[in-house]
Design a protein around this ligand. Sequence first.
Ligand code: HMG
Ligand code: MG
Length: 329
Amino acid sequence: MTEPASPHHNQLFTALPASVEVYEVGPRDGLQNEKMVVPTELKISMIERLVDAGVRRIEITSFVNPRWIPALADHADVAARLRRKPDVRYSALVPNMRGLEGAVRGGMDEVAVFLAASESHNRKNINKSTAEALDTYAQVITQARSEGMRVRGYVSCVYGCPYEGSVPVAQVEAVCLRLLELGVEELSLGDTIGVGTPRQVAYVLGHLRDAGVPLERVAVHFHDTRGTALANTTVALQMGVRVVDSALGGLGGCPYAPGASGNVATEDVVYMLDGMGVDCGVDLDALVPISLSLQTHLGRELPSKYLKAHVGHCDRAGRSVDSGAAPRE
Ligand code: HMG
Ligand code: MG
């Protein structure tokens, strides 16, 4: 429920938007690090059910080298066999022209290029320096746009790098400005190893805004490794960000970022947005059975806190966990 306005609310929450977009990364970021490869059929059903639950932007796979990311080796199959809806934007990660060709063949609406604000992570993750990655993406972005696709640019390690530690904000700024100059419509700022805190988020976003990065073209991509993702999200929304990346169940992590654990869970984000009266168009109750199917397949509990609370509540109430409307405590 959303509490009535009070002077405190006015002071703290007037900057929250009426609505935000949830950009679902579960099928890509969520599954890329799983040891157990999820069958193509289950991936497709996960994507279709997420869309049925109201998700309107979704990253379905990565057209990367399957030797680097074996869990997403079926990228072409996933793209080819997916039943699509016209009002949904389907995206995929691409690291180079070969990846873009796959994405074009796969009929993607959008591609996402990706690099880190730190040199070492780029070497480990895409086998390129930052400058080489930007050169590659200059070509990829131009070609993708000429194919009529939208382009998103991920900047990872914004709040810290697993190899270099803290990352100077000037490096983040330089990569963001260059990607915008190259023609990306949207930047997604990744806290790849989940070290950021709300104050740091305010500092980085404020710095970027002052440097000319329009925050209405910024998405936030928090990993919840240290439990700060929802607090960070709130601050980002209060500063003008309108797109939040999240993964069903809180799955995910980058195999080339040691220690990085799950993305902020879509269920947790939607629960918080609902409670704050921010519309995201996603039906929380419809997410639960999708997470539960995945949990059963993977044979372990998913990190989402909402999911755990929901399952616990149903157990106590003697209800079936996927029997429709979720209880609110
Ligand atoms: P490389 O080995 O330097 O590539 O890898 P290369 O250009 O030298 O080519 C070597 C081989 O790879 C060749 O095959 C190419 O054809 C093949 P061979 O002749 O040896 O048989 N190849 C490809 N195959 C399929 N698809 C392609 C492709 N490109 C080349 N697109 C490369 C460079 C970028 C390809 C590799 O490093 C790679 O695939 N990296 C991807 C790693 C990855 O996906 N990491 C996780 C991303 S998550 C992330 O970065 C963070 C994010 O979630 C945000 C956040 O959390 O902060 C986005
Ligand atoms: Mg990520």
